[in-house]
Ligand binder design. Structure first.
Ligand code: ZN
Length: 121
């Protein structure tokens, strides 16, 4: 596991670099090995949260009704453990909210359609 090449975004120029370098190859910013590993860990967790969230909306509608709120709660809990001022964390939080709002709208129109249908009986 220690031999795996890991990458992360340079804290200064935001380009993808290896965690093992001493300075960024693009902007020459000194890279602290521990900070680089921590940043790579965070990026890994962020991409797994993003993957989890991006999956919602691709399932059949009946699954979606159950899965969308679960995905939202999972995303929310995962993001709660990450630095709040991180731009990627904020972006994912916005994305989670968008998913939740779309779900609420879909549920509202679904319930509305059912109510409309039963009014005629
Ligand atoms: Zn850089």
């Amino acid at each position: 596991m220690g031999s795996t090449v890991r990458v992360f975004h340079c804290p200064k120029c935001n380009r993808v670099i290896r965690t093992t370098v001493e300075t960024c190859r693009y902007c020459s910013t000194p890279i602290d090995a521990r900070q680089a590993e921590a940043a790579a860990d965070l990026e890994d967790r962020l991409s797994s949260v993003d993957f989890d969230l991006s999956r919602t909306g691709r399932e059949p509608p009946l699954f979606e009704i159950v899965l969308a709120p679960i995905a939202f709660v999972r995303t929310w809990r995962a993001l709660g453990k990450m630095p709040h001022d991180h731009p990627e964390v904020s972006a994912l939080r916005r994305k989670a909210w968008t998913h939740l709002w779309l779900w609420i709208l879909a549920m509202a129109s679904f319930i509305y359609a059912i109510v409309q249908r039963f009014r005629h009986f």
